[in-house]
Design a protein around this ligand. Structure first.
Ligand code: GLY
Length: 373
């Protein structure tokens, strides 16, 4: 078993687990899973892309550790987070005779992690699962913290459960097969952690982000580790998002409106929307006199330097007008008692949650951003 370069512990009472981070963890997954017990037959749920690239290595390592395994490969893409694929997954897990004491493996990006985590939450009233996230976005965000679920026609992630994994194996070597666009979309979530609560981390990213994108493994490990440390801290204090956990939604109110406006399509990946949304959240904060005017410029300068989508002008095709985008924000599940909730900032690394945002200010940020297209 390869020793992880870093381990982050998520200290939840009765549900504590480790996030192991580093290159070359995949082939040692069997040894890492052995302590959990259960049958020596493991059910892996993955997607067709990940299966083609990495499933053989995972299964060879499991065999070496004395496990047999079977894999279900679902179609890649957001459309898989649906009732039909959930039903297919749960019934396949039952076909595999997964018992209450067994461990199910979620092997893929955010879609697989969310769907399989939810399947594990409801199968036999809850079985354990291990997340092996294969994208940067999943390694720094969706595989950690226990939010699981699928999408409804009414919106994303509206059906689900909190169900913490028993272990997360974030093999940073797997990031090497990501398309640059997918890597950078995940990087949007990494930047978010610096912006919401760690100015020194943001500064480090300004310096090391380009090397990290180019493949610097030590930088990748450090960025994933710091992101996971921050997320673990927040989840420990507020597992079910009664308060502080909403900080993780910095940039997401704008992002969700833009994702809805672009039909949840390839026109805008989630992490790209988060990055653009972070810039807009800082712009709104600056216009409300909460942070300096330099802050939104600095955020956007870093995104631009990384070659990321930064402004609305970077989204191809038509977008609705500001009022319609504001309407789409109203569909967001972060609306509380009809009030839009925003994550705003007093400075880089100092975000806070508020419902006290004049609609006019939001409209003016959107109007100006649309005018630059
Ligand atoms: N992705 C936001 C959260 O886990 O709370």
């Amino acid at each position: 078993m390869t020793t992880p370069a870093a381990t982050v512990h998520v200290d939840l009472p009765g549900r504590a687990y480790d996030i192991q981070i580093g290159p070359d963890l995949l082939s040692g997954a069997g040894a890492a899973i052995t302590p959990f017990g259960g049958r020596k037959h493991l059910a892996i749920v993955t997607d067709e892309t990940v299966a083609g690239l990495h499933l053989a290595e995972l299964q060879a390592g499991l065999t070496e550790a004395g496990f047999t395994s079977a894999a279900l490969s679902l179609p890649a893409g957001e459309a898989t987070k649906s009732w039909p694929q959930l039903q297919r997954t749960v019934e396949w897990l039952l076909d595999q005779k997964v018992e209450r004491g067994d461990v199910v493996i979620a092997f893929g990006g955010g879609v697989i992690g969310d769907l399989v985590g939810f399947a594990a939450a409801i199968l036999r009233r809850g079985v354990r699962f291990v997340q092996i996230p294969t994208t940067l976005l999943a390694q720094v965000d969706s595989s950690v913290g226990g939010k699981t679920g699928i999408n409804a026609p009414h919106g994303k992630n509206l059906i689900g459960a909190f169900h913490q994994p028993s272990l997360v194996l974030a093999d940073t070597g797997l990031l090497g097969t990501l398309a640059p666009r997918d890597f950078l979309a995940g990087y949007g979530e990494v930047v978010k952690y610096g912006l919401l609560g760690d100015a020194a981390f943001f500064e480090w990213l300004e310096d090391m982000g380009p090397a990290m994108a180019a493949g610097d493994m030590a930088a990748r490990v450090r960025a994933v580790t710091r992101s996971c440390e921050m997320k673990a801290g927040i989840v420990q204090r507020d597992e079910t998002e009664q308060g502080e956990r909403a900080l993780l939604n910095l940039g997401h109110t704008f992002c969700h409106a833009l994702e809805a406006a672009t039909g949840y399509s390839d026109r805008l990946l989630h992490g790209e929307g988060v990055a653009i949304g972070c810039g807009m959240a800082f712009e709104l904060s600056s216009r409300l006199g909460l942070c300096s005017q330099e802050n939104p410029s600095r955020v956007r300068a870093h995104l631009r330097a990384m070659g990321m989508k930064t402004d609305l002008s970077d989204i191809e095709g038509d977008l609705p007008d500001a009022a319609a985008l504001l309407g789409l924000m109203g569909q967001d599940k972060k609306v509380v008692a009809g009030q839009l909730r925003f994550i705003l900032a007093r400075d880089i690394g100092d975000a806070f949650i508020t419902s006290d945002v004049p609609e006019d200010a939001v409209l003016s940020v959107l109007d100006d951003a649309l005018a630059q297209r």
